[in-house]
Design a protein around this ligand. Structure first.
Ligand code: BJ8
Length: 423
């Protein structure tokens, strides 16, 4: 393996803390992923990406930067990658899926802040994320109150934070706000790169991201098959890598995986026995390397057949209509696609319940686990009405509230096992 120490040093990473992070990550990956049985061989690519997560991909970004390209980091699926690509910049999702430097974080944020937000700040304070450190611009967004206020604090820790405003209501005024913000983001991306977005460039960006989303939709549909050709953990990994890999290579790799899954389905090759309970997970995003709940579910004798999550179908579904022949028309098409995202920060947000029902039906789920991070008010508030609606249709549900710590593992395992047994 290549030694990336000097690259990490140049990025200003804290090498000791960074080594510790990679150590924990490698250990967790080995325990959770490599111990799975009968994985599709197409997962080899994704294993490789994880093994090089702070190596090769970061090197690619540094090489691109050396050639004058820019890197833009984002924390939310509302930031349009199509615009980033249209200025030939590279879009990376900043993951926030592990606890780091929590004592430091709690000097800046209240203890009762969700794990995702604390993680984002912990990675910054501890200087362990090469993606964050190599980003030329970091985009925050006004979604939940926690993120909104945390960006105020993080803005004082970095000089390249850009904050996007977002509507909370899907009215015509809300739509106009999103369009204004996408145009403002376009200006910011153009200023950052010195490039001007024309129709051709924007259509190219749209095509790249549409292709990536189509590949993910294909994977999602293959998982509906009764024979369970792939585990939920492996599918989640593809959803997580979606955010930072090269878009073309990623799309090709997901499509190659899907070709293999089609053959598996023909030959009835499966990761789970025929009567294995099928679970849909719904709720807060699971950013890499947050594999805690899926690992518990799949070691409790169930298989996860879908994620109603921003790291999953909520984030990937719907393509951008690329038929307009001017930039303004294409921006309108982007706004239409993005405004359909049913994040819990919107009110009302009833289409989310409809989507959960549709997904449960399409994936033949036997039960739904609603996953909420502790102190996440928007998703926690939505769990009860959703539970009532799902149970009225005869679908059993389980509510899980947790964080990234390992302390409640035993308790969660017991609750999940009891739920799975009931299905
Ligand atoms: S579009 S889900 S990626 S905001 S878990 S930080 S909501 S307190 S992540 Fe999200 Fe965009 Fe919405 Fe998706 Fe706040 Fe809740 Fe924490 Fe959350």
């Amino acid at each position: 393996t290549t030694d990336y120490t000097s690259m990490w040093k140049d990025l200003g990473l804290d090498l000791t803390a960074h080594d510790a992070l990679l150590g924990v990550l490698g250990q967790a990956y080995g325990d959770i992923y490599q111990s799975q049985k009968n994985r599709p061989s197409g997962m080899g690519y994704f294993d490789f990406v994880v093994s090089e997560v702070h190596g090769l991909r970061v090197k690619e970004l540094m090489d691109a930067k050396a050639q004058g390209r820019k890197v833009i980091g984002s924390y939310c699926v509302f930031v349009p990658e199509e615009i980033t690509l249209a200025v030939e910049a590279i879009h990376v999702g900043l993951c926030s899926g592990a606890d780091f430097a929590m004592d430091e974080v709690e000097k800046y944020l209240p203890r009762n802040t969700c794990a995702l937000i604390k993680s984002a700040m912990g990675f910054k304070l501890a200087k362990v994320c090469p993606y964050l450190e190599c980003a030329d611009m970091v985009v925050g967004e006004n979604t939940c109150d926690g993120k909104k206020k945390a960006y105020e604090v993080m803005g004082s820790m970095m000089d390249n934070l850009y904050v996007m405003d977002l509507p909370q209501v899907k009215s015509s005024e809300g739509k106009a706000l999103l369009k204004a913000e996408f145009l403002r983001y376009k200006d910011a991306a153009e200023t950052l790169t010195g490039k001007t977005i024309d129709v051709t460039a924007l259509k190219q960006g749209i095509a790249l991201v549409n292709n990536k989303r189509k590949a993910m939709a294909r994977l999602a549909t293959l998982r509906h098959n009764a024979s369970a050709p792939i585990s939920g953990l492996d599918s989640l990994l593809a959803n997580q890598i979606f955010f930072f890999d090269d878009p073309v290579r990623f799309t090709d790799s997901v499509n190659a995986l899907c070709d293999e899954l089609e053959k598996r389905i023909e030959k009835n090759v499966s990761v789970a026995d025929e009567n294995t309970p099928r679970i849909l997970i719904s709720g807060c995003p699971m950013a890499v390397p947050n594999w805690k709940l899926p690992a518990i579910v799949e070691s409790s004798g169930a298989v996860i057949v879908g994620e109603e999550s921003c790291v999953g179908e909520r984030g990937c579904r719907n393509l951008v209509d690329d038929s307009a022949d001017d930039v303004d028309g294409l921006i309108d098409a982007l706004v239409d696609r993005y405004l359909a995202i049913d994040c819990a920060i919107f009110t009302p947000n009833t289409e989310r319940t409809d989507h959960i029902k549709e997904m449960a039906q399409a994936s033949k789920a036997d039960g739904v686990i609603q996953y909420t991070l502790n102190f996440c008010q928007p998703y926690a508030m939505e769990t009860m009405p959703i539970e009532n609606e799902l149970e009225a249709t005869g679908l059993p549900t389980l509510r899980i509230e947790t964080d990234y710590s390992q302390e409640d593992m035993g308790q969660l395992q017991t609750r999940v096992e009891a739920f799975v047994e009931l299905l």
